[in-house]
Design a binder for this molecule. Structure first.
Ligand SMILES: *Cc1c(COP(=O)(O)O)cnc(C)c1O
Length: 493
C-alpha cells in the first residue's frame, strides 16, 4: 500500500513508514492511501472472538503493509494492553434504547487522544528503523491541555524519540497542569511558558522554522518531529474501534451479521469521524454518520449548505476540544469525494479568502453518508443532567454534545437502528462542568470537583486522575517565551 498527497495528481509513491515519519506532504496536503482495503463479513466474524490488540493489528496490517503483522501485534499489545487500558480498550456501554456509548477514554490520560497516541509513537519508532534514520526524533508539542499529556504518556520511554511539551502557565486547568507536571519517563521534558497558548504555539513554530537550530540538531544526531493530529499514524488506529464496536454489537446480539448501524461523533478536527468513513469504505456496514458540533458549528453549516466559511465568531465552550474553526481532516474527505485537483483548489481558496463552496453533486455525495447537527451550551448541560437522571449514564461535555445530536437525528429521520455515540472523554476530565450541569452549582474548586462528582454520582474517579494532587511534581520550570530555544539546546546536550 502506497500513499500520496490529497493535493497531488501524481501516483502514490510513499510507504506508510515514510508518511508516518514525514507527517505532512511537501505540497501542504495530507497523506492518503492510494486505495482503501476491504474487510469482509467473514473476517469481521473471525475478529469477534479476538481481543482489542488482535483486532487492531489485523486492521492496521491492511494499511501499513511495510510493517509485519508480528510487529503490529506486538505494538498493539503494548499500546492497548491491560497496563494502559484497565478493563480493555473501547468498550461499548448502553446509554438508552438503541444508543450505545463507545467509550474511548479508558487509557492513561482519560481522553480519546490516547487511542491514537498510545500506538503512534511505536509506529514512528519502527518507521525510523525502516527508513534507515539514525538520528533521534525530538517531538515538540505546544498544548492547551489534553494533547500534551496524551503525547507525553505515548512517547515516554519509546526508543529513539524524545519529547518536550510547552504549555501556557495560566492557560490550562489545575488538573491538566498537575497531569503534566507529574509526568514520568526518561525521555520527557515539560516546561511552562509565561504567556498564553498562542505564545507557546508561536514559539514552537519559530523553533520548527529556524534553520540554524535544525542544523545544530542534525549535528548532534537529532531532528524535529511533531505529534500532529493530521499524521496518518494517528488516523489509521482510529479506524479500528469502529470495526471492534461492530464485533461487540454482533457479540451481544444487537446486530445480526450484515445488519447496519449508525455512528455519531463529537467532532473537532474531523479525524475521528473520518476514521468512521474509512471503516465504512472498507465494507463495515455503517449506514449513516452524524457529525456533532458545539456552538462552533462550522461543520453543521458546511453539511447543510456546501459552504465552509471560517470568517465567523469563535466561541469558548465547555467542550473545548471541539472549539475549532479549521477542521483539517475534512480535506481527506474532500479528496475521496472530489479528487485531488478540486481539493487543492478548495484549500487554496480557504487559505486566501477563508471560505470555499463545493459543487452540488459533491455535497449530495457527502450528504448520502453524513448529517450535521450542533448542540449549544444549554442543551449540552441539559443533556448531561437528563441522561444521568433518566438513564444513569454519566457523560462528559463532549459526549453530551454527541448524545443530543444523535437523539435529534433519530427524531428527524425515524432511523432507530443501533447508534454508536463516541464517548471521547471521562466525565472526570471536565468534572466541574459536569457537576454544575447536574446540580446547578459549582464544585468547591476544580480539583475538589473530582471527589464531589464521585460522591454525588457514586462513580469511581478513573486511575489516571485519582490521587493526582498527591503525586510528586517533577517539572516545575517556568520560562519566558524567549528561552524556549535554550531549553531545546539543553535537551540535545
Ligand atoms: C480531540 C477531541 C475531540 C475531537 O476529535 P477530532 O478527531 O478532532 O474530530 C472530541 N472530544 C475530545 C474529548 C477530544 O479530545
Amino acid at each position: 500500500m502506497l500513499y500520496k498527497s490529497t493535493r497531488s495528481n501524481q501516483p502514490a509513491a510513499k510507504s506508510a513508514a515514510e508518511v508516518i515519519k514525514e507527517g505532512l506532504a511537501a505540497d501542504g496536503g495530507l497523506f492518503v492511501p492510494e486505495s482503501i482495503p476491504t474487510i469482509s463479513l467473514e473476517e469481521i466474524k473471525a475478529l469477534c472472538k479476538e481481543d482489542y490488540p488482535t483486532r487492531a493489528a489485523t486492521v492496521l496490517s491492511k494499511f501499513l503493509t511495510d510493517y509485519t503483522y508480528e510487529e503490529l501485534l506486538a505494538d498493539c499489545q503494548e499500546a492497548y494492553g491491560e497496563k494502559s487500558f484497565v478493563g480493555g480498550a473501547a468498550p461499548l456501554v448502553n446509554i438508552h434504547d438503541s444508543l450505545e456509548a463507545l467509550e474511548l477514554w479508558h487509557g492513561p490520560t482519560a481522553a480519546f487522544k490516547d487511542m491514537a497516541l498510545q500506538i503512534m509513537p511505536r509506529l514512528l519508532s519502527r518507521a525510523l528503523k525502516k527508513t534507515g534514520e539514525k538520528r533521534t526524533a525530538l517531538i515538540l508539542v505546544a498544548t492547551s491541555g489534553d494533547t500534551g499529556k496524551a503525547a507525553l504518556e505515548g512517547y515516554k520511554d519509546v526508543d529513539q524519540i524524545k519529547i518536550t511539551v510547552f504549555y501556557p502557565e495560566d492557560g490550562v486547568s489545575r488538573v491538566q497542569k498537575l497531569q503534566m507536571a507529574t509526568q514520568t519517563g526518561s525521555n520527557v521534558n515539560v516546561c511552562a511558558i509565561r504567556g498564553n497558548f498562542d505564545d507557546a504555539q508561536n514559539g514552537v513554530k519559530e523553533i520548527f522554522g529556524n534553520p540554524t537550530l535544525s542544523k545544530t540538531l542534525d549535528q548532534n544526531g537529532y531532528f524535529f518531529s511533531s505529534a500532529n493530529s493530521i499524521n496518518w499514524g494517528r488516523l489509521a488506529p482510529q479506524i479500528v474501534y469502529y470495526i471492534s464496536a461492530y464485533c461487540d454489537l454482533l457479540n451481544t446480539g444487537k446486530c445480526k451479521p450484515g445488519e447496519s448501524f449508525n455512528v455519531c461523533v463529537p467532532t473537532g478536527n474531523f479525524g475521528n469521524i473520518f476514521a468512521a468513513y474509512l471503516a465504512k469504505q472498507m465494507g463495515l456496514p455503517i449506514h449513516h454518520m452524524v457529525c456533532a458540533s458545539n456552538t462552533n458549528n462550522i461543520l453543521t453549516d458546511f453539511l447543510h449548505t456546501g459552504t465552509y466559511d471560517r470568517n465567523r465568531n469563535f466561541y469558548l465552550t465547555m467542550s473545548p476540544s471541539m472549539d475549532i474553526l479549521i477542521s483539517s481532516n475534512l480535506e481527506r474527505l474532500l479528496y475521496f469525494t472530489a479528487g485531488s485537483d478540486q481539493t487543492a483548489a478548495y484549500m487554496s481558496a480557504l487559505k486566501k479568502d477563508g471560505h470555499y463552496t463545493v459543487d452540488t453533486d459533491i455535497l449530495a455525495k457527502i450528504r448520502e453518508s453524513f448529517s450535521g447537527y450542533y448542540t449549544d451550551e444549554e442543551q449540552t448541560a441539559q443533556t448531561i443532567k437528563g441522561t444521568y437522571e433518566k438513564y444513569g449514564y454519566l457523560a462528559d461535555t463532549h459526549t453530551a454534545v454527541a448524545i443530543h445530536a444523535a437523539e435529534e437525528y433519530q427524531k428527524d429521520s425515524g432511523d432507530l437502528r443501533p447508534m454508536i455515540v463516541d464517548s471521547t472523554a471521562s466525565p472526570y476530565k471536565f468534572a466541574n462542568n459536569v457537576y454544575r450541569a447536574i446540580t446547578g452549582k459549582d464544585a468547591t474548586s476544580d480539583l475538589e470537583a473530582l471527589d464531589e462528582l464521585s460522591a454525588l454520582t457514586h462513580t469511581k474517579i478513573p486511575y489516571p486522575l485519582s490521587g493526582i494532587s498527591t503525586r510528586k511534581v517533577i517539572f516545575d520550570r517556568v520560562i519566558n517565551r524567549e528561552e524556549m530555544q535554550k531549553v531545546i539546546l539543553e535537551e540535545i546536550g
